[in-house]
Design a protein around this ligand. Structure first.
Ligand code: PLP
Length: 396
């Protein structure tokens, strides 16, 4: 490795590793965790496991004061986590996995620790059809999207059909009538605030539009979520009301009706979370790809790289060349399946065998490309941690 481009700390610490590989900077991870806790102002943070996808890093965050419980993304994942000792696991997306439901229904310990998400009588029927031996804990999902102009404008994820206090009460009553189910929580995720940066670079008009939408949505949600929680609390003893995500922590916790917030991405601080006015994070998860050829002046090609993030397709979903600075994708090739050309003045200072460091656009999805996360503290390698994939667990 020549590093004529300027070796950074990560290059030095990982000099003995063969790229491609991924690292997590534990100092940055811990600083990000502390910042999330500060923003949550005493309300517990349930960790969105999809945004971490590494068991030992979930454990690391859970060991810190301020974090409590897991927000899992599939029931098989939740069952696995509980078998590994995790407790209080909310599966935050509906499940129709009959085999996993049957396992849950027959396992009192798992049924004690796991809560399923429901938003319709069909979900309830499906859970009941597995004839649980103990009561299954369920959480009602509420649509927290923002709707304006009689429904012609909509912001936020298409999730639950339950939007009004009356609809929530109807479903809560239905749950109450079923002997095998117990309503223990409410969840309402305002993705249009938590997952949309209010400070997009180079586009002041868009930034203004986003801020107006988010302010209106916040006001609307304070009223509606409050009314729903009040109405459902008359019918069931709720253990938790969950809302928010990394981008909205300090806003969501202000709502009295909300008892806990969810967050995960903020721990790795991927690229999509760079553009918020309310907080700053430190990139904690990066990956290194080797320069394998130099097609001509001003361009190098690295191995691999096409680790696109989920969501609306477009440049925002691509990994970001991070170090050396000033590299950009080729307009025709983008981030490729097995190789990725990169242009820019820094390319001429890179030699074959050097590395280029990238940040993923999102958080946990990076872990689907690597078995191992190499852990860094200060100027040394502090070990490694298997990702879910590294443990042979590919849930989604
Ligand atoms: C239900 C739910 N809550 C919270 C979050 C926020 O997670 P993160 O903090 O990783 O953005 C998400 C992300 O999609 C989600 O689906």
């Amino acid at each position: 490795m020549s590093y004529a481009s300027g070796m950074n700390r990560y290059d030095r610490v990982t000099a003995a590793l063969e790229p491609p590989f991924a690292v997590v900077d534990l100092d940055a991870f811990d600083a990000n965790a502390a910042e999330l806790v500060r923003r949550a102002r005493g309300k517990p943070i349930r960790i969105a496991s999809k945004s971490v996808r590494c068991r030992s890093l979930l454990e690391r965050a859970l060991a810190l004061p301020g974090f409590a419980g897991i927000m899992a993304y599939t029931l098989p994942e939740a069952l696995w986590l509980v078998s590994q000792g995790f407790r209080d696991v909310l599966v935050a997306y509906p499940t129709v996995d009959r085999s996993a439901l049957a396992v849950l229904a027959a396992d009192p310990r798992a049924a004690w620790e796991i809560t399923l998400l429901v938003d319709s009588p069909e979900h309830l029927d499906l859970i009941e059809s597995t004839h649980p031996t103990t009561r299954i804990r369920v959480c009602l999902d509420i649509d927290a999207g923002y709707v304006a102009l009689g429904g012609r404008v909509r912001a936020g994820a298409r999730r639950s059909p339950v939007r009004t206090p009356a609809q929530a009460v109807t479903l809560a009553r239905d749950i109450g009538r079923r002997r095998t189910l117990r309503l223990v929580g409410l969840m309402a995720y305002e993705g249009q605030i938590a997952g949309v940066g209010d400070n997009p670079p180079g586009n002041p008009l868009l930034a203004r539009a986003i801020r107006v939408m988010q302010a209106r949505s916040t006001r609307e949600l304070i009223r509606r979520r409050g009314r729903i929680v009040q109405a459902v609390r008359n019918l069931a003893e709720l253990e938790f009301v969950n809302g928010g995500g990394t981008g909205s922590v300090e806003k969501t916790v202000r709502e009295r009706a909300v008892t806990e917030v969810a967050a995960g991405s903020g721990l790795y601080h991927p690229r999509l979370f760079d553009h918020y006015t309310g907080f700053r994070g430190t990139p904690a998860a990066l990956f290194a790809l080797p320069v394998v050829r130099r097609p001509g002046p001003g361009v190098v090609t690295v191995l691999g790289g096409g680790y696109h993030a989920s969501g609306p397709p477009g440049p925002s979903r691509l990994p970001q060349p991070h170090h050396p600075a000033g590299l950009r994708y080729d307009g025709n090739e983008g981030a490729g399946e097995v190789q990725t050309p990169l242009h820019g003045p820094a390319a001429d200072r890179l030699r074959i065998g050097d590395r280029v460091w990238f940040r993923h656009a999102k958080a946990g999805e990076l872990c689907e490309h690597f078995d191992t996360l190499h852990l860094i503290t200060g100027d040394s390698l502090a070990g490694q941690a298997p990702t879910y994939r590294g443990e042979g667990k590919t849930f989604l």
